[in-house]
Design a protein around this ligand. Structure first.
Ligand code: ADP
Ligand code: MG
Ligand code: MG
Length: 881
């Protein structure tokens, strides 16, 4: 099979569709070449070679060497130059690039092909010896670092020393002689560390560089990035060998990055940064502060216009916002990379909505342009605007990634991780971040850097994570474990707040507030709903895939409804008992010695529960409300400390010892597998009777006021159909009593949770007594794995690190195992009752991957926490689409 693909001179063997084989960078270099964008010629070694390299213990497939030689020959012919030529050498870059872009994760080597002789030749040929020595010293540093694993600091120290000796600050202030001195020192350092001379043979250089790019596929940073972003199933990285163009040729040359729209806000403005007389990573490295694209217009209007036209051409070609790398060599423009640009959540929504209006994409395509995680960012907190008015910022930097964060400052990634582990909220403050800091960025609430632009590492990575970030905040001076702003000192642990949407930094811990739904967002979610609600599935009654919410209080229900919830999938009644006033009566009920005493307490509880339910029914007017009868073990409600026991005993007029004895009696060794859920309903039927009476009287009263109600009474923790039969009969008796007293009809259902494996295994039997199923996947996961969800913290970290589990099964549904029980429940249930309504109410109802599974398994709805509802609406639409 073909291993290497050529691009150059308007023709290419690859194209944009070949990302899996050529990597994103290679595929787009080929595509740009074919559509007439000026791209320096080169060739791409496929990802298949990378995968073969690892399969064959890091050696190349047969025929690789000759194919490489052949392509190098074609490139040399096209360029009219030879690699390593003493008079007019061809120089190339060796660039990595996998199918999914991993910014900064793998390393690039520039100016390859230079040696002592070729450098002199290049200087003479171009009449620019300074440039030649600059290129050589960059090459030695990159090659030694990337290909040979030497520390970059060794070289930085040498360069700093030579600059200090000459009393200059910038690299650009060094002349040819200085740079030649730098090269001599670099080579010495190389020899000292590597115990051999710097390789002068360009073919050897090239081979070592290719080895290094393939090697970098398995470096810790790359592995960590893939793990963090759940990137699996790639063959490897491709290697792009491309002829060099030089942004460091002089003041008429430069290099930059630009975006076809603003990646932070999504606004349709041409946006970017560049540096004159600079090469490669200089712009993102934050060494010199880059200039805005608008000043390129002043420097060279023709080049600016050409770049702008190419930007439009690329956006129209790819139908998406482009992130573009360019270099100008002596006033001539070259494109070095284009890809669909990473963007913030707000930008993703705005771009999707704008592009539909511009007829660039369809509504259905737009739905796929925003990930649930990006949408989540729109629901990130900001600083309370009322509070903000009265504040003046301590400092201002770039608004690198939106959202506000507040926390204690720390100055290293390790500290951020350690403090976060102790439950502290931290802000990571750095001069600039590097890929080693990723773990710390994940652990921090937000990131603040003192140097670097909008395309610096910190900015790009934070935007990708949806983490608030203020970058390039120049007045912040970091030194050791402290920072200062205009002379004012802040030590580690001090509280600061940042607003990544404005770039402001504030002193102290500020109040954060949640955002509102904007017009664009409403439009976008409307499209998602259209797709989601028109879903038809064979063999499944009803149309659409719905999103409900888990809410116990009217206020939560209202929020969820505003966010688009189509009902309540889980109302936990026990949460209602924790309110002041109710808890005491409930405790009185629990410790009652006689059935009469218990009945008395329940009578007092009845009107209070009824009030709770009326509030919920009113808030959810017209929508179904699933109410779960009491679920947790009773001992959770009795006082624990001696002082609490004493206080409650006094209130109830009993002896503390008596109360303590009762509490002791309720203790269980394994409460989650103990006396809870429907088991309570069987042993204390009067508790469930009270709850059902409260639900139904509330329903009657709300209905009487002219509002539609649809109560769904849900019995938890069923393991055998007998439990459900008995409790259903009890409930029906109460319901009949209430309805005949009120002389009313109410549209109600009685169903059950499927959360014990036995219930799923016997779902056909259970279904006979149920009007609906709701999969309680928290307990189902707990009982299927046999992991106590409250104790999983002690080992889940090791399990994930050692690859025992791919993901925490309480966060993302284990489709392979637990999922089988869900599927079985669905199938068996529907085999008895074709129109049985089914949903999920575990935490998984808000997880996009789990939502996809729920749709494919045939559930009618998912239910999740109120703030997750919009994310679930999008994930549901993407599952359907
Ligand atoms: P990354 O994937 O980290 O962005 P790249 O392969 O894009 O790495 O290269 C890093 C930098 O080197 C980019 O700024 C790019 O523009 C520059 N570069 C790569 N190849 C060339 C080349 N042939 N000529 C000039 N600059 C190049
Ligand atoms: Mg790049
Ligand atoms: Mg449960």
């Amino acid at each position: 099979t073909k291993m290497i693909y050529f691009f150059g001179d308007g023709k290419a063997e690859g194209n944009a569709k070949m990302k899996d084989l050529l990597g994103g960078k290679g595929a787009n270099l080929a595509e740009m070449t074919s559509i007439g964008v000026p791209v320096p010629p080169g060739f791409t070694i496929s990802t298949e070679v990378c995968s073969a390299f690892y399969e064959n213990k890091r050696s190349y497939p047969a025929g690789f060497a000759s194919e490489l030689k052949e392509h190098l020959g074609s490139l040399e012919k096209l360029m009219g130059k030879k690699l390593g030529d003493a008079n007019d050498p061809l120089l190339v870059s060796v660039r990595s690039g996998a199918a999914i872009s991993m910014p900064g994760m793998m390393d690039t080597i520039l100016n390859l092909g230079l040696n002592d002789q070729a450098t002199v030749g290049l200087g003479e040929k171009t009449g620019n010896p300074r440039f030649a020595w600059d290129a050589y010293r960059r090459f030695i540093q990159m090659f030694s670092n990337v290909a040979m694993g030497m520390k970059g600091e060794v070289f930085e120290a040498i360069l700093e020393k030579i600059k200090a000796d000459k009393k200059v600050e910038l690299d650009t202030e060094l002349d040819a002689d200085d740079l030649q001195k730098v090269v001599t020192e670099y080579k010495k350092a190389y020899k000292k560390h590597m115990k051999s001379d710097f390789p002068q043979d360009p073919v050897e250089q090239l081979q070592k560089a290719i080895d290094a790019v393939f090697g970098s596929w398995m470096n810790d940073r790359a592995i960590h990035y893939r793990k963090l972003n759940n990137i699996t199933g790639l063959l490897g990285t491709a290697v792009n060998v491309q002829s060099m163009v030089f942004g460091n040729f002089g003041d008429d040359s430069g290099t930059g990055v630009c975006f076809s729209r603003d990646p932070s806000t999504g606004k349709k403005v041409f946006y970017g940064e560049f540096l004159m007389n600079a090469q490669g990573e200089d712009v993102v490295a934050g060494i010199r502060t880059p200039e805005k694209l608008s000043s390129l217009k002043k420097r060279n209007a023709a080049v600016y216009d050409e770049l702008e036209a190419i930007k439009d051409k690329l956006e129209n070609h790819y139908h998406d916002m482009q992130d573009i790398e360019f270099t100008i060599q002596q006033g001539k423009l070259f494109l070095l990379q284009t890809r669909n640009g990473k963007r913030t959540g707000p930008a993703a929504v705005k771009i999707a909505v704008d592009m539909v209006a511009e007829k660039m994409i369809t509504e259905e395509e737009a739905i796929g342009r925003v990930s649930p995680d990006q949408l989540d960012q729109l629901f990130h907190p900001g600083i309370d605007p009322k509070m903000k008015k009265s504040l003046s910022p301590l400092a201002k930097g770039l608004n690198a990634s939106p959202g506000a964060a507040t926390g204690q400052i720390v100055f290293s990634a390790e500290d951020a991780e350690a403090w976060a582990k102790d439950g502290k909220k931290v802000l990571l403050v750095r001069k600039e971040t590097s890929p080693e800091d990723i773990g710390g960025m994940v652990a921090a609430q937000g990131v603040l850097t003192s140097t670097g632009g909008m395309t610096s590492h910190a900015a790009v990575v934070a935007r990708g994570m949806g983490k608030p970030c203020v970058a390039g905040c120049k007045s912040v001076v970091v030194s050791g474990k402290a920072m200062s702003v205009d002379g004012k000192k802040f030590k580690e642990g001090a509280y600061l707040s940042i607003d990544g949407s404005t770039g402001e930094v504030f002193e102290g811990e500020l109040e954060l507030v949640s955002p509102k739904i904007t017009k664009d967002l409403a439009t976008f979610l409307g499209w998602a709903d259209k797709v989601r609600l028109s879903a038809k599935r064979e063999g499944i009654a009803g149309v659409g895939f719905q999103v409900r919410t888990n809410a116990d209080q009217p206020a939560d229900a209202k929020v969820a409804r505003k966010f688009g919830a189509e009902g309540i999938g889980l109302c936990r009644t026990e949460h209602m008992f924790f309110d002041e006033g109710k808890l005491e009566i409930f405790q009185e009920m629990i410790i009652s010695e006689t059935a009469e005493a218990r009945a008395d307490a329940l009578k007092k509880l009845l009107p209070l529960q009824k009030k709770d339910f009326k509030g919920i029914f009113t808030a959810m007017e017209g929508l179904p409300v699933t109410i779960r009868l009491l679920d947790p073990p009773l001992h959770e409600f009795v006082p624990k400390t001696a002082a609490e026991v004493k206080e409650l005993a006094a209130k109830l007029g009993i002896k503390p010892a008596q109360l303590k004895a009762k509490a002791e009696a309720l203790k269980e060794l394994n409460p989650m597998l103990g006396h809870r859920g429907c088991r309570l309903g069987i042993t204390y039927p009067e508790i469930y009777d009270m709850q059902v009476e409260a639900i139904m009287t509330a329903a009657c009263e709300v209905q009487k006021s002219g509002k539609k109600v649809h109560p769904e009474i849900m019995i938890p923790l069923i393991g055998t159909v007998k439990e459900l039969q008995m409790l259903r009969a009890n409930a029906e008796a109460v319901i009949e009593k209430v309805l005949s007293q009120k002389k009313m009809k109410v549209d109600y259902k009685i169903g059950t949770m499927i959360e014990i494996p036995r219930a799923a295994l016997t779902a056909d039997k259970v279904a006979a007594s149920a009007d609906f199923f709701s999969f309680g996947t928290n307990d189902l996961t707990q009982m299927t794995f046999g992991y106590s969800r409250d104790d999983i913290g002690s080992f889940i970290g090791d399990y994930l690190d050692q690859g025992v589990l791919p993901r925490d099964p309480f966060q993302s549904l284990d489709t392979e195992g637990v999922g089988q029980l869900v599927s079985m429940g669905v199938e068996k249930g529907r085999s008895v009752k074709g129109d049985l309504k089914m949903g999920i109410c575990g935490e998984h109802g808000g997880d996009p991957d789990s939502i996809d599974f729920c749709y494919r398994t045939g559930l009618n709805y998912v239910s999740c926490s109120p703030y997750r509802v919009p994310i679930a609406r999008l994930a549901a639409a993407q599952a359907v689409a």
